[in-house]
Design a protein around this ligand. Structure first.
Ligand code: HCA
Ligand code: CU
Length: 368
C-alpha cells in the first residue's frame, strides 16, 4: 500500500449542511498531516470556487507536503482551471456505468472513451505528471467496458485508477475482485473510493488494500454524500494498530472530535474510537477479565487514543469482582454473605438504573 487519501475537504463537504471556513480547512489539513495521512484532496475545481487558490497557497507556504490533489470533471474548462491552480495531483473523474452514461450524461460508451483520452492528453499537455482517474459508479459498470476504460487510462499517461463504489452497493468480495481486475489489466496504481450506504465502506476500503490496491479514500467521521464514506479514523487506526502503519490514532481521534464540533455533529456514545462509552464496562464477567488483564476485553489500551477506561459497579456486578474488592480492602465475607450482598447490590442498582465507578466502591469499602 502507498497511502490513504483524505477526501474530507472534497467529498466530506458534499454532505448536506457541511461547510468549513478557510481557517477550519487549514486546521484540518495540518492535523491530517500530523496524523500521517499521505494525500489530501482539497476540493473540486470549479470556476466558481475562489477559496481553493487561497487554500492551496496556504498549504504551499505552511507545509512541505507534496501530495495535494484537486478533483475535476473531464471537462476542458475545469482541467484548465486546475492547471492554473497547479495541485500536485489531478484527480480527474468520469462515470463508467451505463446508467450514468446514458441517463445522467445522455452520452454513450464511445463518447466516454474519447472524452477520457482528450482529457488525459490535455492534462498531460498542461503539465500534470500525476494524474489519477476516478471511475464514478465503477461497481455498477459493465466489466468488459471497464477493461476498455482501464486500457485507455493506461495508454494515455495516467498514474492511478480510482474505483468508485458511488452508491455503496458493493460487498467486500466484489470490491476485491474489481481491484485485482484493474491492477491486472492496467498495471497502474489502483485506489478505491467507497461509500457507506450498507455500512460496508470502511471494510471495503480495507479489503481493497489487502487485495493489492495501493490507495484508499477515506473521510473524517466518514463525512460524504448520504451515509458517507470509509471512516478515516477507523481505517487509519486499524492499519496502525494491526499492520504497524505510521498513522497516529490519538491525533486522528482528536481531529474527528474537532471536526464534529466544526460541523455541529453529535458523536454516538458507542461510535468506534470516538464514543464516550467505548471503554466503559459494568458486566461481571468482563470486569473480572479487565481488572486482571485489560487486554482480555480490550483491542488496545484506551491511552492509545487519549481515552480512559471506565470500570463500573452496578446491576451486573459479579461475585468474584465483589470478593476481590472486599478482600483488597482488608475485609472478608463468608460465601453466603457474599451471595446475599451480590443479590442486594444488583437489586438496588437495578431499581435505580445507576452504576458507580469501581474506585468509588473501593472508597466505600475502606474501614472508617
Ligand atoms: C460523487 C463522485 C464520486 C467520485 C469519486 C472519484 C463518487 O458522487 O460526487 O472520482 O473517485 O462517489 O463516485 O465521489
Ligand atoms: Cu463519492
Amino acid at each position: 500500500m502507498k497511502g490513504l487519501i483524505d477526501s474530507t475537504l472534497r467529498e466530506g463537504t458534499q454532505r448536506v449542511g457541511v461547510r468549513f471556513s478557510s481557517q477550519q480547512k487549514q486546521e484540518i489539513v495540518s492535523r491530517l498531516l500530523d496524523a500521517g495521512i499521505e494525500e489530501i484532496e482539497l476540493g473540486i475545481v470549479s470556476t466558481y470556487d475562489h477559496e481553493l487558490r487561497q487554500l492551496l497557497s496556504w498549504c504551499r507556504k505552511h507545509t512541505n507536503h507534496r501530495r495535494y490533489a484537486l478533483w475535476s470533471r473531464c471537462c476542458e474548462n475545469d482541467i484548465r482551471a486546475a492547471a492554473d491552480l497547479a495541485p500536485d495531483i489531478l484527480s480527474l473523474s468520469i462515470p463508467v456505468s451505463d446508467l450514468h452514461i446514458h441517463k445522467k450524461l445522455e452520452r454513450d460508451r464511445p463518447w466516454i472513451l474519447t472524452n477520457l483520452k482528450k482529457s488525459l492528453h490535455l492534462a498531460y499537455q498542461l503539465g500534470f505528471r500525476y494524474i489519477s482517474v476516478g471511475l464514478e459508479d465503477a461497481t455498477r459498470g459493465d466489466r468488459d467496458f471497464l477493461d476498455m476504460v482501464f486500457k485507455t487510462i493506461r495508454d494515455n499517461g495516467a498514474k492511478r485508477i480510482r474505483l468508485a463504489d458511488t452508491v455503496g452497493i458493493a460487498g467486500p468480495t466484489e470490491m476485491s475482485n474489481l481491484v485485482r481486475r484493474a491492477l491486472n489489466i492496467s498495471g497502474l496504481e489502483v485506489g478505491v473510493h467507497t461509500h457507506n450506504d450498507f455500512g460496508m465502506a470502511t471494510a471495503n476500503a480495507l479489503l481493497a488494500l489487502e487485495s493489492g490496491a495501493q490507495w484508499a479514500d477515506a473521510t473524517i467521521m466518514g463525512l460524504g454524500e448520504r451515509a458517507g464514506n470509509a471512516r478515516l479514523e477507523e481505517l487509519a487506526s486499524f492499519l496502525h494498530i494491526r499492520n504497524k502503519h505510521n498513522y497516529d490514532p490519538a491525533a486522528l481521534v482528536e481531529l474527528a472530535k474537532i471536526t464534529a464540533k466544526m460541523c455541529h455533529r453529535e458523536i454516538a456514545s458507542d461510535k468506534p474510537l470516538l464514543g464516550k462509552q467505548i471503554f466503559s464496562c459494568e458486566t461481571g464477567l468482563h470486569l473480572q477479565g479487565l481488572v486482571r488483564e485489560p487486554a482480555s476485553y480490550e483491542p488496545f489500551p484506551p491511552e492509545k487514543i487519549g481515552a480512559q477506561r471506565d470500570l463500573r459497579f452496578g446491576a451486573k456486578v459479579g461475585k468474584k469482582t465483589l470478593r476481590d474488592r472486599i478482600n483488597a480492602a482488608g475485609q472478608s465475607l463468608s460465601e453466603p454473605q457474599l451471595e446475599e450482598l451480590v443479590r442486594n447490590v444488583r437489586t438496588v442498582f437495578q431499581d435505580n438504573n445507576a452504576s458507580l465507578p469501581l474506585n468509588e466502591l473501593d472508597r466505600l469499602l475502606q474501614p472508617g
